[in-house]
Ligand binder design. Structure first.
Ligand SMILES: Cc1cc2nc3c(=O)[nH]c(=O)nc-3n(C[C@H](O)[C@H](O)[C@H](O)COP(=O)(O)OP(=O)(O)OC[C@H]3O[C@@H](n4cnc5c(N)ncnc54)[C@H](O)[C@@H]3O)c2cc1C
Length: 384
């Protein structure tokens, strides 16, 4: 069962995962949640949050134990992510680190690359990031201008990236670059750059509307030389690799949307049960009950759909259009429902001390990153 739906157990859940969920809940509510407000004020989490989460075994849960990971699968990642979001600690960029970056190393990395990078990521001593977006292009990935030109046994990288999650803390960045600018999408490759490499620099920690504790940065590459061995997979296959990985990224965002919808309803129920207006609980007003009934219905529809996507994903059958449907619909609903929940808090909903106000700000980006919801509809419409 979930916290909100007593009669619904995700079909992929089992006893081992339930134990993992309880352990993650305890760890995140004691280790991350109490420090989050301070991290929000600082615009970044403390570095030890990464090593502590790694030491507790909550990074790279789906990576084999041989590379330092948890030896589980995407369900284990899901359970951990749900608990992190449920306690409100959205600032630690584990979604990007464990569920987006690590799978690239696992799937496309050579044995040597996996041995070199994954154990540190599992321990939290190395933080991962992926840099696709540039100042001039985001949705139109084929138009990136960053180049990585082969020179002997090195690539020389030039260009800049922006809005990169984990951009300040990152030790390893998968850089999407053109190794042959004349070939369009077929000239795109993925190259790993390690922090400290000459020519690689981190820009500002960008100030954002929400997700204040998550570091998001510009990254710069000026004649940055990396060994040719840092190429992930084959040269010129970067665009295909991105397309292969994007369904998981979109599923991941959809799952986060579902957890947030459930959390918003739970928080709002707590509030309207104790708040009185005109001699009765705010919950007892018919408009309140009906609004929350709608929100709860949509949250369950979202969860059911997303759970089906997860099952398809485990079987290797989640296609890009279905993942896009999940991402666009759940994140739209997340924003709409959190808005309703905030309204039901009245003035309290606008106050920092009530978590619904932060959820409202944090949710806004969900329809934008990981591919905008317009891009999702474009992709879905190709199947019509
Ligand atoms: C907090 C945050 C974290 C992020 N983290 C990362 C990260 O870790 N790594 C990374 O690489 N990127 C990251 N991004 C970037 C994010 O993925 C992009 O912002 C997003 O893909 C949109 O690109 P853009 O900002 O260039 O918008 P644009 O592509 O310029 O889009 C502007 C508008 O045009 C619309 N539009 C564009 N093309 C079409 C079309 N074909 N049809 C209809 N409408 C269209 C868009 O939907 C949007 O409304 C992050 C962004 C944010 C805000």
């Amino acid at each position: 069962m979930t916290d909100l739906f007593e009669n619904y157990t995700p079909p992929w859940m089992d006893e081992e995962l339930a134990l993992l969920r309880d352990a993650a809940r305890t760890c995140f509510t004691t280790e991350l949640a109490p420090r989050h407000e301070c991290w929000e004020a600082n615009g970044i989490v403390d570095r030890d949050a990464w090593s502590k989460t790694g030491a507790a075994g909550f990074l790279l849960a789906a990576v084999p134990a041989a590379y330092g990971g948890g030896g589980g699968d995407y369900r284990h990642e899901t359970v951990i992510m749900e608990e992190q979001l449920r306690c409100g600690a959205s600032g630690l960029g584990t979604q990007v680190h464990s569920q987006i970056v690590a799978p690239y190393f696992l799937r496309y990395g050579s044995e040597g690359q996996r041995q070199r990078w994954l154990p540190g990521m599992a321990a939290g001593s190395k933080v991962g990031a992926i840099a696709m977006t540039e100042p001039n292009t985001g949705s139109d990935l084929q138009s990136i201008r960053t180049t990585a030109i082969r020179d002997g046994d090195e690539f020389v990288i030039n260009g800049s990236k922006t809005y990169i999650s984990n951009g300040q803390h990152c030790d390893l960045v998968i850089v999407v670059a053109k190794t042959d600018p004349s070939l369009g999408a077929k000239g795109i490759s993925l190259i790993v750059v390690e922090a400290g490499t000459v020519g690689f620099s981190k820009g500002r920690n960008l100030k954002k509307l929400g997700q204040a504790a998550a570091d998001t940065s510009e990254l710069f590459f000026a004649d940055c030389r990396v060994p040719a061995d840092n190429l992930l997979g084959e040269e010129g296959k970067g665009f295909v690799q991105l397309m292969q990985q994007l369904p998981q990224e979109r599923l991941n965002i959809a799952q986060a949307a579902v957890v947030d919808m459930e959390r918003a309803i739970t928080l709002t129920l707590e509030f309207v049960k104790q708040r009185k207006a005109f001699g009765q609980r705010v919950l007892d007003l018919q408009t309140t009950k009906f609004k929350l009934a709608e929100c709860k219905t949509e949250a369950l529809i979202a969860r059911t759909f997303v759970d089906q996507c997860l099952i398809k994903h485990l079987a290797g059958e989640l296609d890009a259009a279905t993942a896009s449907m999940a991402k666009y619909w759940t994140t739209d609903k997340q924003n709409q429902n959190i808005d309703i929940c905030l309204q039901l808090h009245g003035g309290a909903g606008y106050m920092e001390e009530y978590p619904i106000s932060r959820m409202y700000r944090d949710a806004r980006v969900q329809t934008i990153y990981g591919g905008t919801n317009e891009s999702m509809k474009e992709l879905i419409s190709r199947t019509l």
